[in-house]
Design a protein around this ligand. Structure first.
Ligand code: BTN
Length: 306
């Protein structure tokens, strides 16, 4: 009931009367009033007057009720070890397609290739459980699609020109603003689930470790709502997956790529390849032309610009 009350208040600009809430949610005005008192006691800034109730501060925190029709699928935690771990648990328990685990802080945030992902307050950390009807070989396209949509949200909401670095980093002016990590459980011909984890530097100030990094706050000069960013991303990514996925993903990714045409080194667990990145295949594999003129297609690895 509290989620429902918050959902109504957060989508209304003005005061909502106790009577309107009670009719809409099918409970008595007294019950509404009791829930409001408890919400206030938990720290929510709700003004209560004779005319009704008004949410004073729209939240930066990604509470479920901020996500409209997706609200029921959003699992919010102030702190988790990693949203990946919680999402995999939920997926194995059979959670719905497009369930989302989001946290303010991760104590064991994971990056690609066994790296750590700094996960202090102010950043946005979430994992989406996806049950796509695609063969396992096409699962990397989900990462590319997510990277495209992250870049689009940066452009549409903040006029920021983001570029994509293969396999799935989002960069602004050469600094990494977002990274994507995915895990898959599959049988030979069908995907059981993909857990797609995304970390975005929004209001945090990540340290430069092995590569330049940036954050949205650094770029625009002020804090911005993590919840609004997540909603914009989820709405467009959800729509994309519902519409003929993976239709235009490769073409869109190519348009935003900073990798194609670059001199690159790709490190895989077994070997390194050096050459010019010339193309990306329909599966998402990167094609590089090596110094010997050979064409190599690389499915997985870490990409460095030389
Ligand atoms: C990368 O190395 O670029 C990928 C980083 C992915 C980080 C996100 S934050 C949310 C999710 N939970 C994790 O522990 N990792 C991913």
């Amino acid at each position: 009931m509290k989620n429902k009350i918050m959902s109504v208040l957060s989508t209304s600009d003005g005061v909502v009367s106790g009577e309107a809430l009670s009719k809409r949610l099918g409970v008595s005005r007294v019950a509404i009033w009791k829930h409001i008192r408890q919400l206030q006691a938990s720290g929510f800034a709700i003004e209560a007057t004779a005319k009704g109730y008004r949410l004073l501060a729209k939240s930066d925190t990604p509470y479920p009720w901020n996500f409209g029709p997706l609200a029921e699928k959003v699992h919010y935690y102030p702190t988790v070890t990693s949203t990946m771990a919680r999402a995999v648990e939920l997926a194995r328990e059979g959670c719905a397609d497009f369930s989302i685990v989001v946290a303010d802080v991760q104590t064991q945030g994971r990056g690609r290739l066994q790296r750590k992902w700094q996960s202090e307050p102010g950043g946005l950390y979430f994992t989406i459980v996806i049950r796509p009807e695609i063969p396992p070989s096409l699962a990397p396209l989900l990462n590319l699609a997510a990277a495209v949509d992250l870049a689009r949200v940066l452009e549409q909401s903040h006029s920021i020109d983001a570029r994509l670095k293969w396999p799935n980093d989002v960069l602004v002016d050469g600094g990494k603003i977002a990274g994507i990590l995915s895990l898959m459980e599959a049988e030979s011909d069908r995907v059981n689930f993909v857990a797609l984890g995304i970390g975005i530097n929004i209001n945090n100030a990540p340290d430069h470790l092995d590569q330049p990094v940036t954050s949205l706050r650094r770029l625009i000069g002020c804090s911005t709502s993590r919840s609004a960013f997540l909603k914009a991303f989820l709405d467009s990514f959800h729509q994309r997956l519902g519409q003929d996925f993976p239709a235009d993903v490769i073409a869109e990714w190519k348009q935003l790529s900073s990798t194609l045409g670059q001199k690159v080194k790709i490190s895989t667990t077994t070997t390194d390849y050096e050459g010019i990145a010339v193309d990306i295949e329909a599966s998402g594999a990167l094609v590089i032309k090596t110094i010997d003129g050979d064409m190599r297609s690389v499915v997985f690895g870490d990409c460095f610009y030389n």
